[in-house]
Unconditional design. Structure first.
Length: 233
């Protein structure tokens, strides 16, 4: 579904991604793990068109997408749920969700809104509440719900568990798994490698802008190097 070939991404003089290649197959949950600053968010931003690679190629469903405008990429079926949630604080829950469908022209938006409310009953209770007044966990649910409103084929999730209490972390990972079982492919960036490897099919490990390891999530979870570096073993 997604194939990234040897991309190089810079922030000015900073070489943030150094020849990164990876692939995501339809139906998978693939996790990107790595320390702070390794380049995980940069990969997602490049895939969603917020950054342009200086070289390399990105193919999504057989089409070259590197450097396309972000709204074109959303229309093709990639939705990015950014780090820190970035909900529109002064708009209601429902307005935030409707904005997720901004580029759609079909007439199933209302029924998708109902589906998001079924998945996140908390958002239904709070549909008229300003998003800025939601708790951290509720904002994360809203950010995921908003991303789903574009009907993505591939959902990019950046640190969905960040800052959440342990029970909510479990809940968010359970919801990600459900979304995946419903047919959405997921590329998941996580600091919480333990949890991410529990729900992912495969994973890539990133260190200072390079992929240093990849494999099935189970293989990586059992590897001594990974356990020492990322799983606190
Ligand atoms: P974290 O888990 O801390 O979010 P990350 O793996 O997602 O880390 P990135 O945010 O992708 O890391 O950052 C990769 C590198 O690029 C870092 O060295 C970071 O300082 C640098 N970087 C990120 N954004 C910018 C920017 N706007 N300008 C300059 N450098 C940046």
């Amino acid at each position: 579904m997604l194939e990234v070939q040897d991309i190089n991404v810079y922030y000015g003089a900073i070489h943030a991604l150094k020849g990164v290649s990876l692939e995501v197959k339809e139906g998978e949950i693939v996790s990107l793990i790595g320390a702070n600053g390794a380049g995980k968010s940069t990969i997602l931003k490049t895939l969603s068109g917020l950054l342009k690679p200086r070289s390399g190629a990105i193919q999504f469903m057989g089409k070259a997408i590197a450097g396309l405008p972000a709204q074109e990429i959303v229309k093709m079926g990639i939705s990015h749920c950014p780090e820190g949630r970035r909900v529109f604080a002064n708009m209601t829950v429902e307005e935030n969700l409707e904005l997720g469908a901004y580029l759609r022209k079909d007439n199933e938006i209302k029924s998708d809104l109902e589906k998001v409310y079924q998945r996140f009953p908390r958002l239904l209770e709070r549909r008229k509440q300003l998003a800025g007044t939601l708790s951290g966990g509720e904002q994360q649910m809203l950010a995921i719900g908003r991303a789903l409103m574009s009907r993505p084929k591939l959902l990019l999730l950046d640190e969905p568990s960040m800052g959440l209490a342990p029970l909510l972390v479990q809940e968010i990972f359970r919801i990600i798994q459900e979304i995946n079982k419903g047919g959405t492919t997921v590329l998941l960036v996580e600091q919480n490698a333990n949890q991410a490897l529990k729900i992912a099919h495969r994973a890539y490990v990133l260190e200072t802008g390079k992929i240093v390891l990849s494999g099935s999530a189970q293989e990586l979870a059992e590897s001594d190097d990974i356990r020492k570096a990322y799983l606190g073993a």
